[in-house]
Design a protein around this ligand. Structure first.
Ligand SMILES: [Fe+2]
Length: 298
């Protein structure tokens, strides 16, 4: 078993893991330790790990899957990456508000990993917060208002013209018109924690309320969950690997521009079959996003 040290990052979420050797497969005791840390902290940071694409894919999968995975059997995509300088890239420019990926899909993305493949000094950060913590700390009056209520999520709800949505927000077209209703106090299927499961970019409305009532309640909930002290800003360093629980954690980034410091992050989604098989193919998705320009330049 690897001699791992797990260092808590902050009281509400996050830990840094020190001492992992990025060679697959990992032994079962090491995997148990890592899975326990992942379940407890929601976000794991491995500094200066420099994993290859196969190990990155394997590790993220194994943090969710309790069965032993054959690393050689995994679908690996070296060029599934977020980048402001590379031609082949997803979500290349613009600001991303706090969200979980694929909130509109039933049984969607369970975990995400990002690896700092090419990062220049001054590259813009990624921000995180815990919606388990947001639920735990939800004031009693707001909790009473959302008790038993259901929110409807879709691929993009920014057409709601919410007051806090600015022109630099990137609107991603995944070609999905799915709408998914889920309880606002959503029970995490794997950890059992209750999550405050809404986001400004992907939550369309609250069922049973008229437009103004729904928007007012959502804004009050967003004010609570996105309070500055709840967010952790991670400044990218080349070589670092981050893996997070896509349901427990939400992520965001400030406006990303092609003229800024290079920032190419290799990305994996769990389950790995989400890349390529279902919905838009990787090529279609890349092509669509490569066409995107920020609204003020359009
Ligand atoms: Fe995302």
């Amino acid at each position: 078993m690897a001699d791992l040290e797990v260092r808590k990052l902050r009281p509400d979420f996050g830990a840094e893991v020190i001492g992992l050797n990025p060679v697959a497969p990992l032994d079962p005791p090491t995997l148990r330790r890592l899975r326990a840390a992942f379940k407890e902290h929601g976000l794991l940071i491995f500094r200066d790990l420099n994993p290859d694409a196969r190990f990155q894919t394997y590790l993220a999968e194994q943090l969710i899957d309790e069965n032993l995975i054959d690393p050689e059997a995994l679908h690996v995509d070296e060029y599934h990456q977020v980048s402001n300088v590379e031609k082949v890239a997803v979500v290349p420019l613009g600001r991303l508000m706090f969200h979980s990926d694929t909130m509109w899909e039933e049984d969607g993305c369970k975990a995400i990993s990002l690896y700092g493949k090419h990062v220049e000094p001054g590259a813009i950060p990624t921000m995180f917060l815990s919606v388990a913590h947001a639920w735990k700390t939800l004031p009693a009056d707001l909790r009473a208002k959302v008790e038993g209520k259901v929110a409807v999520h879709c691929a993009d709800a920014t057409d709601q013209r919410r007051s806090y949505i600015s022109d630099d927000v990137m609107v991603v077209d995944f070609g999905s018109r799915q709408h998914l209703p889920l309880p606002i106090g959503y029970r995490h299927p794997r950890t059992g924690q209750t999550l405050l499961y809404i986001s400004p970019q992907l939550t369309h409305h609250i069922e049973g309320l008229d437009y103004d009532e729904s928007e007012n309640l959502l804004e009050a909930l967003f004010d609570h969950m996105y309070a500055e002290e709840n967010a952790f800003t991670y400044n990218w360093q080349q070589g670092d690997l981050l893996v997070w629980d896509n349901l427990t954690m939400q992520h965001a980034r400030p406006d990303l521009r092609s003229e800024g410091a290079a920032r190419t992050l290799r990305k994996t989604l769990v389950p790995a079959y989400m890349i390529g098989d279902d919905a838009p193919t990787v090529e279609v998705r890349y092509a669509r996003l490569a066409d995107w320009v920020p609204s003020e330049q359009a």
